[in-house]
Design a protein around this ligand. Sequence first.
Ligand SMILES: [Ca+2]
Length: 227
Amino acid sequence: MKISRLVLPFVTAAVLAGCSATGPHLKSSVSEGVAGIEARLPYANYSNYFGYVDSSVQPEGKYKGKDTYYLYAWVPAAVDEIGVSMMSPAVSKPEGADFKHANFTPGMQKDADKFFDTYIVFDRLNIIDNTKIKNGGKVLQNLGRNDDTSELPANPSGANYNSLLRKTTSMNNASEALVRGVYRISFTSFRSNVEGSFEATIGTNVPGVKIAASLEELHELVNGNKL
Ligand SMILES: [Ca+2]
């Protein structure tokens, strides 16, 4: 197997990072042919978030009339590409650097089998100053949405209802550039209620992407306890 110099840092970093959680499932848009088979390469860095939705977790908004929940991500530098995936139920266990909602462990103890059909929307917010994350902001532009993908494992019902999207930066259109700042994953479901566990994954070529369920929490993750 011959690996070109261009892709070697991608592969090496992914191996060193250990490819935890859904890392191996969420792949980049860069692919390489090996022995006649074209395969997508992993991202250099992955960040994972584990959550559990039940009646104790309130939706924060509406998307096309459906109750919608938000996750916020801090991307510390401009990136070439961002990949986002969401699977329900969570299929792996949170590890050291993974982010976790306070309701994840109690929810899993109550009913680990519960899952929903995911739908994700990915937006960039107008927050680029890390010291102002808690002040909030608004959506600058939508960067993609996805309901179902066959790239992720099927859910326990055997349906490929999990979600995955990728967005590459634009050199020509400043509003489509993936700059340092805050991004938002909205998630909901159009075939069921949002109930049960999920794991969300973000892949990029930079380390240090952080994910939280609120801007206050993200602010604290990024800036330390300096609220
Ligand atoms: Ca779906």
